[in-house]
Design a protein around this ligand. Structure first.
Ligand SMILES: *Cc1c(COP(=O)(O)O)cnc(C)c1O
Length: 475
């Protein structure tokens, strides 16, 4: 038996309806709420027993349209300010359709999809000024990319034998700022080094890694007989979007022979904008960079990327000699090394295609302009906050994340309630975070669809919901 349709003509017509529905959805996103609570009926549709007999594509599509599409996470909507998530694009959506139709497995072998991935790698080298020997690949996201970087640095620090003998007895220590993403600590755990091997360096007034404390901590660790091996600078911190002083970190890493990694999950693609790139100075000196095309790059989820300057060290960390993965110089098993030699994944989807389409159709200049535009909107939001005495800016704005609060006694409780009410209003969806012990509203402007109209709506809704909640405004 085959799983292909009995009647291709019917299938074709139903497929076109599905495509039209998704194009309608993207075209008219603005008319929908950013987010809405999920009704019980939608959840119930996904508590069925295993369907043993065939259903129709039309029925499955109807269930999707009714119970899934309206209750998504909201990040495609221009009023989404919640977290650092990209909005996706119609181009990316169409490329995903092509990739799924081709159904390529990019673990390895001699096929054009891997050539497409290498084209994107070449563009990434170009973007960051990395040499041709640099290697890289698509992964799920920056969390995985950061872990791959840590593993390569671990192999460099302990030698290839760590792959046979493990990490027992090692004295490795790593460094990152207090504002770093939690996946850095998680990576130390997953690599067998443990959370305790991570030094969390405090942030300065600009929420950047305090360089003097980094130096003194490294010195103390060396004096204690430990082996500093990895510094992760952040380009665009999660809470406030700060960029560490990458040049200073590069200098310190070079002086001590420590691996210099940049977690540029969202910020690294600021290199696409001549206006933002100077803020990332020093990134071109990194030993490795982790970043996501699915955040500022607007490529549909997921599309993380890792690039490693020294391709040989990258290969030495992951290549393995499984018999069924043996290589030839001709035929389908040619074109070694393969992507599976550079990371833990063997089967891999064609993430490169939607990224290639995005860069090809929009062009890097336009993407850079869009990225700079989100930063301009953040500055506009800062201006609006300054115009309203009820609001207070709570952290400096380096890129596109704005932390603010509604001034009220019981500030934490009131601002927490404002955030939830805003999300449930469907008008604008910020998140909350904690800045120097205080709960604040956090607006991350990442979506290419967001305009000043959406920022105005956020301000207006915050003011009216805030006034309703706050019975004792701060004087
Ligand atoms: C989003 C983010 C991550 C995690 O990336 P994923 O793609 O979600 O795995 C790591 N670091 C920073 C700074 C981030 O913004």
């Amino acid at each position: 038996m085959t799983l292909d349709p009995d009647n291709w003509q019917d299938f074709r017509e139903q497929s076109h309806r599905m495509l039209d529905d998704m194009l309608d959805y993207q075209q008219h996103l603005r008319d929908r709420p950013v987010w809405q609570p999920i009704p019980a009926s939608a959840r119930e549709a996904f508590k069925e027993a295993m369907p043993h007999t065939p259903g129709t594509l039309a029925d499955a599509h109807a269930t999707f349209m009714q119970s899934v599409l309206p209750y998504g996470p909201g990040n495609a909507h221009p009023g989404f300010f919640g977290w650092v998530q990209g909005g996706g694009t119609p181009v990316g959506m169409m490329a995903e359709l092509l990739a799924a139709g081709l159904n390529a497995n990019l673990g390895g072998r001699n096929q054009m999809p891997i050539v497409v991935e290498r084209q994107v790698l070449q563009w990434v080298r170009e973007l960051f000024g990395f040499p041709d020997e640099a290697t890289g690949l698509f992964v799920t996201g920056a969390s995985m990319a950061n872990m791959i970087a840590l593993l390569v640095a671990r192999t460099r620090a302990l030698g290839g034998s760590v792959r046979e003998r493990g990490v027992s007895g090692n004295r490795l220590v790593a460094y990152t700022s207090d504002g770093a993403h939690g996946c850095i600590a998680q990576a130390l755990d997953l690599c067998g080094l443990g959370f305790d091997a991570l030094r969390r360096i405090p942030e300065n007034a600009a929420f950047e890694m305090d360089i003097a404390v980094l130096e003194s901590t490294i010195a103390a660790d060396i004096a204690a007989g430990l082996q500093p091996f990895f510094i992760a600078g952040t380009a665009g911190t999660v809470d406030v979007g700060a960029v560490d002083n990458l040049t200073a970190i590069a200098d310190i890493a070079a002086r001590h022979g420590i691996w210099f990694h940049v977690d540029g999950a969202y910020g690294a693609l600021g290199m696409l904008s001549p206006e933002i790139a100077p803020q990332l100075a020093g990134i071109e000196r990194a030993d490795s960079i982790a970043f996501d095309f699915h955040k500022w790059g607007q490529v549909p989820y997921d599309a993380g990327f890792i690039i490693v300057r020294d391709g040989q060290q990258h290969l030495d960390t992951f290549a393995s000699p499984a018999a069924y993965l043996r290589r030839d110089t001709r035929g389908m098993a040619a074109a070694s090394p393969w992507p599976c030699d550079f990371g833990p994944d063997l089967s891999r989807g064609f993430r490169a295609l939607k990224t290639w389409f995005t860069l090809t159709v929009y062009g890097s200049d336009q993407l850079g302009t869009m990225i700079a535009g989100t930063c301009a909107l953040a500055r506009y939001l800062v201006q609006q906050i300054a115009r309203h005495p009820e609001l207070e800016l709570m952290a400096p704005v380096a890129l596109n994340i704005v932390c603010f609060r509604y001034r009220c006694t019981e500030s934490d409780r009131i601002n927490g309630a404002i955030a939830i009410d805003l999300q449930e209003s469907g008008i604008a969806a910020p998140s909350i975070t904690t800045i120097r012990g205080q709960l604040v509203l956090r607006a991350a402007i990442v979506n290419h669809r967001t305009t000043a109209v959406d920022v105005d709506a956020l301000i207006r809704a915050t003011l009216s919901i805030g006034a309703a909640h706050c019975s004792h405004p701060e004087s």
